[in-house]
Design a protein around this ligand. Structure first.
Ligand SMILES: [Ca+2]
Length: 191
């Protein structure tokens, strides 16, 4: 009988979280996430987890526009924890409570996690944040090289001895400017 009551209680709690839009998985280049019922005061004793995933090879940047949680010196009552990944064991990027807008947070991978915990007393407006996609420098280089490769006729990537630049492992050899012995072209930077 006790098991049945406990099971019903858990089902009711899960249904409550579902209708409160508490937590979830988001994907896409940008979007927004808020605490349940924002800007109305959030409920007591809830735990919500959001996982945001953007394109592979990029990062998630989280920008807060509002954060108003129950004040406590060590965020021991209500708090929002940002994790560098979807796993609850992932490194923490920050834990927030009280009132104030946190600085922008960026993940090291394409996934970021938000954990929102509240206790049984006192609440605030909650939080509101937007996420955007930040592409890595490597990705930007690929985009630039692809641009030149696709749009400029006869564009050739540096390939070593027959191209411009390269890595040489021999003890001796001859290094010349591109297309030697004719004049070297303008705007070429070989390393
Ligand atoms: Ca509270």
């Amino acid at each position: 009988m006790i098991d049945l009551v406990y099971c019903l209680f858990r089902l009711f709690s899960a249904f409550q979280l579902w209708i409160q839009n508490c937590g979830g998985a988001f994907s896409g280049p940008e979007g927004g996430v808020t605490s349940p019922g924002y800007p109305n005061p959030y409920q007591h004793t809830i735990q919500c987890v959001w996982v945001i995933t953007v394109a592979r090879g990029s990062s998630v940047q989280l920008s807060f526009t509002d954060l108003d949680l129950e004040a406590s010196s060590s965020c021991s009552h209500d708090y929002l924890t940002i994790r560098d990944g979807s796993d609850q064991r992932a490194p923490t990027l920050g834990t927030f409570c009280n009132t104030g807008v946190p600085a922008d947070i960026r993940s090291s991978s394409n996934v970021i996690g938000l954990e929102f915990h509240t206790d049984e007393l006192n609440s605030g407006r909650g939080f509101k944040a937007n996420w955007t996609t930040v592409f890595s420098d490597d990705f930007n280089i690929i985009i630039i090289v692809s641009f030149f490769y696709c749009l400029i006729p006869n564009f050739v990537l540096p390939t070593g001895p027959e191209g411009c630049g390269g890595v040489y492992n021999n003890n001796s050899g001859i290094i010349t400017s591109p297309v030697d012995p004719t004049e070297y072209p303008h705007g070429v930077n070989s390393e």
